[in-house]
Design a protein around this ligand. Structure first.
Ligand code: FES
Ligand code: FES
Length: 173
C-alpha cells in the first residue's frame, strides 16, 4: 500500500491523510485532515512557526511561502496538494554564514518594525530576485504587492530589496 492514503469520512468522522512534505529540503511526515491548509500543517504539525497567519483569506501575504520557487499564500493552499513539491519557508532562508542578505538588509534599512509581515515579505522578495535579479523599483513594488505592511510605509523594504539585488548580483559575478 502506498504511504499516501486517501482520507475520507466514516460515520461523520474524517479520516486523516498520511503523507510527507518536503520543506526546506527536509522530508516531514504529516498526518492531517484532507482540508488542512499548508499554513496550518507548517505551523501546527511540523512546528515551523515562522510563517504567520494574518487574514487567513488570501489578502495579507503574512503566510507567504514558496512552492517550487513560486510564492503562494499558504493559508489558502491545501497542504495535501504540496506533496511531491518543494516548500520553502523563512526558516530556510538563512545561510550557514548567517542571515540571508535580504534579512540583514531589511533589518539595516528599518524594514522590520512589528515584524509580523516580515517572513512573508522575505519570501516574496526571494522569489522576485530569483526570477528577476535586477528589478526596477516598480518591479519590486509589484513583486511585493501581495504583502501588506501596517508599520513601515514600504519604502525601507523596497530599498532593502534594491540593495540586496546589488549585493547578490556582485557576489554572483
Ligand atoms: S494569512 Fe494568508 S494571505 Fe493573509
Ligand atoms: S513591520 Fe509590522 S506589519 Fe510590517
Amino acid at each position: 500500500m502506498s504511504e499516501t492514503t486517501q482520507g475520507g469520512t466514516s460515520g461523520g468522522q474524517t479520516t486523516p491523510l498520511n503523507y510527507s512534505l518536503s520543506v526546506n529540503d527536509i522530508d516531514y511526515p504529516v498526518v492531517a485532515d484532507v482540508g488542512a491548509s499548508l499554513l496550518s500543517v507548517l505551523r501546527n504539525n511540523i512546528g515551523l512557526t515562522g510563517t504567520k497567519e494574518g487574514c487567513d483569506d488570501c489578502e495579507c501575504g503574512a503566510c507567504m511561502v514558496l512552492l517550487d520557487g513560486r510564492p503562494v499564500n499558504s493559508c489558502s493552499f491545501l497542504a495535501a496538494q504540496a506533496q511531491n513539491r518543494t516548500v520553502s519557508t523563512v526558516e530556510g532562508l538563512a545561510e550557514a554564514a548567517g542571515l540571508h542578505p535580504l534579512q540583514q538588509l531589511l533589518l539595516d534599512a528599518g524594514g522590520v518594525q512589528c515584524g509580523f509581515c516580515t517572513p512573508g515579505m522575505l519570501m516574496s522578495a526571494r522569489a522576485l530576485l530569483d526570477s528577476n535579479p535586477q528589478p526596477t523599483e516598480d518591479d519590486i513594488r509589484i513583486g511585493l504587492s501581495g504583502n501588506l505592511c501596517r508599520c513601515t510605509g514600504y519604502d525601507s523594504i523596497v530599498a532593502a530589496v534594491q540593495e540586496a539585488a546589488v549585493q547578490l548580483g556582485d557576489s554572483a559575478s
